[in-house]
Design a protein around this ligand. Sequence first.
Ligand SMILES: O=P(O)(O)OC[C@H]1O[C@H](OP(=O)(O)OP(=O)(O)O)[C@H](O)[C@@H]1O
Ligand code: HPA
Ligand SMILES: [Mg+2]
Length: 185
Amino acid sequence: MSTDKYADEIESVLIDADVIRDRIAEMGAMIGERYRDSEQEVVLVAVLKGAAIFVSDFARALSIPSELEFMAVSSYGSSTSSSGVVRILKDLDRDIADRDVIIVEDIIDSGLTLSWLMRNLRTRNPRSLEIVTLLRKPDAVKADLDILEIGFDIPNEFVVGYGLDFSERYRDLPYIGRLHPRMYS
Ligand SMILES: O=P(O)(O)OC[C@H]1O[C@H](OP(=O)(O)OP(=O)(O)O)[C@H](O)[C@@H]1O
Ligand code: HPA
Ligand SMILES: [Mg+2]
């Protein structure tokens, strides 16, 4: 990792930037194929802020046209574990009734954010509703979720970078890394 502005604060790299890029290219081709015959553009609902980086690369890797929508919910605040209490900070700008919708997430940790969001978006009667996530922690997931595509399964450790933060820092790292333990204290 050559240009690493957070070098002193990151203990180790978990997923390199070029590995992320290659996997997103694969996901974009595969998911594009699945929606190839959709009558209307698929609607990508990115969950702010974490998914902002992923969705911008994923939308460009997707082999079909898409529309971008953003929703901001918060369950973590500045802590490192989910409270399960989800608040809508920003809702969708458009109606998703009868549309093919893909929720785009950076990470499924406990899964509580997404299970809440799935229930919420289902009430708006989309034609279809799927989940694509860059990361999942299989050992942490508490909610039963059907996921269309997962970029990487990762160990049950707190990670940062590529959209993921610790107290709003590190979202701008191009890779996924483990934070140095001294940064928590
Ligand atoms: O599966 P869960 O345990 O619910 O955790 C995953 C969610 O937590 C993080 O968001 P956060 O609430 O930290 O907001 P942020 O995206 O603005 O960082 C992450 O971006 C996911 O949305
Ligand atoms: O491991 C994580 N890192 C950063 N944000 C998160 N939100 C849920 N899990 C994580
Ligand atoms: Mg966060």
